[in-house]
Ligand binder design. Sequence first.
Ligand code: SAH
Length: 250
Amino acid sequence: MSGPFSGSLVVVGTGPGKAELMTPATAATLARATDLVGYGPYLERVPERSGQCRHASDNRVELDRARHALSLAASGRQVVVVSGGDPGVFAMAAAVCEQIERGEAAWRQLDVAVVPGVTAMLAVAARAGAPLGHDFCAISLSDNLKSWATIERRLKAAAEADFVIALYNPASKARPHQLGEAFALLRSIKAGETPVLFVRAAGSAEAKVVATTLAEADASVADMRTLVIVGASTTRRVGRWVYTPRGAKP
Ligand code: SAH
């Protein structure tokens, strides 16, 4: 949408890590920006360009960052907001939409776009085989923006419906115990031999995979750069691969 503003705002995701997993559309968008806005470590993945301003901020200030990006765009800058992975998955695209809803009415006339990226779940799945080969869901274990009761309700429903479950934000220094609690809840519904994958830094040179079972899964393996996949009843291990058959009745 174009309107009275000469500036623009595009929300992109750098992919899971390696430069080759950043899409060409994202790279081209980054090259055109006058201003880059994002969490410091994500901005570091973007090659430096002379004349480009970088506005790095802390991880927890997403709404302030979105507001700042919108006001820069409203002042005529070509702004790119940088997320990791895909910008719409537990990331900045929703924060930007939220600020467009709450903020100055004129911001609705801004030229805003979202460019898709490779989300962590896809990089993790590719590394392990095809654990997302049939129906799956993604749940963030972070209770910064929702209650733990909501997370438990969703985990229970997903387990009862026999989805493969991708767990984003499984642990952080501020939230060390939740993954253990999530495993305890899932063990009360799913079989102990259900495959569980921990993949740290997928799609980067330091990628590390731990394949285990729900009965044996050790929550302390996960940190904030880890994504956990808990299989469905049909998910299985074949040699070094983990996959979920495409039919519910294989
Ligand atoms: N927008 C991001 C997700 C942000 S939430 C995306 O689409 O990937 C942050 C969580 O994503 C982390 O706690 C971790 O669970 C997961 N994550 C992000 N990058 C990852 C990677 N390279 N490997 C494994 N998990 C990753």
